[in-house]
Design a protein around this ligand. Structure first.
Ligand code: IPM
Ligand code: MG
Length: 373
């Protein structure tokens, strides 16, 4: 008998719980249909954890995350927590999970669904059919580098310090993920840094080039400066297949590529760790959109990014690529049928709530199943 897969759900703050509720419906749908079910556990993270435990993530939750087959993460943060110390802020929970689970590779796909090509703030022909994968380094660079802090100077003024630092191993293990993924896509990798002004960027470029020369000559490799990449992403995004870049630049560039697709509410992500001897990677799946406190509790949030994050979990952690495709198809059908949450609403379409969107996706899963998919 096959064991159930252990999934830890951490809905978090803001719209996190609302979009997670709809994802639960999709998980339940698969739970009923599949021979392999899911053992779902749920716990607090971010501000929700701080309110109860005075910390953004407890050690118990860290342990559960480490022992799960995958973490489904909603969103953290909100105005109530803006004035906390850095160490208590909700965002710390996410950074700690990424760091302690060793989730160094962050996969952020930006796919434009045909039905939504009009929803982008860019012209339709620039984004139609777009399919980019940004691979962001997630456990190093300036978000973690030492020294860091704010210190008082002798002249009574202050100084804020963060450090960008990368070593060979960090660059190479990420580069490998990028080249491997490109090899099953369109075989093109853009490595993005600022080697014209940063030594860490120069090392990045050299190590990626070396890795390429040694192992991946069947792929096409281009190097690009991060500022140029930002510009090229809005000028002609079709030139990209896989973009591999640092933590900071990946944070920025993935928000840009998100907007190409029409809404942050559409974008899932996967964060993966090193392969274990048994071939498994630790993993965390989360929507790119964040907690959106301005619309939370109003039924306006788009649950698609969270639901697609679950589909990434099926693909990258649970070896169920066919089921991942099924979810993607169902999402496409719902969009084709004209259902829209507020963030992607267009003239002549049907505005639906978070919950209705979840129900529509499940209905289309039923439909696909009855058609023999
Ligand atoms: C993201 C977010 C996070 C980050 C925050 C919430 C810590 O912006 O996942 O892109 O900066 O990495
Ligand atoms: Mg970000």
């Amino acid at each position: 008998m096959v064991n159930n897969r252990k999934v830890l759900m951490l809905p978090g703050d803001g719209i996190g719980p609302e979009v997670m509720d709809q994802t639960k419906k999709v998980i339940d749908w698969f739970d009923k249909k599949l021979e392999v079910g899911f053992d779902l556990e749920e716990d607090l993270i971010g501000g929700a954890s701080y309110d109860v435990h005075n910390v953004p993530v407890t050690e118990k939750v860290m342990e559960k995350a480490i022992n799960s087959d995958g973490v489904l993460f909603g969103a953290v943060g909100g105005p109530d927590y803006d004035n906390l110390d850095f160490s208590d802020k909700p965002e710390r929970a996410l950074l700690k999970l990424r760091k302690e689970l060793g989730l160094f590779a962050n996969l952020r796909p930006a796919i434009v669904f045909d039905a939504l090509a009009d929803a982008s703030s860019l012209k339709k022909d620039i984004v139609t059919g777009l399919d980019i994968m940004i691979i962001r380094e997630l456990t190093g660079g300036i978000y973690f580098g030492e020294p860091r802090g704010i210190r008082n100077l002798s002249n009574g003024k202050r100084e804020g310090i963060n450090t960008e630092v990368y070593n060979t191993d960090e660059i190479i293990r990420l580069g490998e993920v990028a080249f491997e993924l490109a090899s099953i896509r369109r075989k093109l990798v853009h490595s993005v840094e600022k080697s014209n002004v940063m030594e860490s960027g120069l090392l990045w470029r050299e190590e990626i080039q070396k890795l390429y020369d040694e192992k991946y000559q069947g792929i096409n490799l281009e190097h690009m400066y991060a500022d140029n990449c930002a510009m090229q992403l809005v000028r002609d995004p079709h030139q990209f297949d896989v973009i591999v870049t640092t933590n900071l630049f990946g944070d920025l560039l993935s928000d840009i590529s998100a907007q190409l697709t029409g809404s942050l509410g559409m974008l899932p992500s996967a964060s993966l760790g090193e392969k274990s001897d048994e071939g498994y990677r630790k993993s965390l799946y989360e929507p790119v959109h964040g907690s959106a406190p301005d619309i939370s509790g109003q039924g306006k949030a788009n649950p698609i990014a969270m639901i697609l994050s679950f589909s990434m979990m099926l693909r990258y952690s649970l070896e169920r690529a066919n089921d991942a495709v099924l979810i993607e198809k169902a999402v496409e059908m719902v969009l084709k049928n004209g259902f829209r949450t507020a963030d992607i609403m267009q003239n002549g379409k049907t505005l639906v709530s978070t919950e209705q969107m979840g129900l529509e996706i499940c209905k289309n899963l039923d439909k696909l199943e009855s058609e023999g998919y």
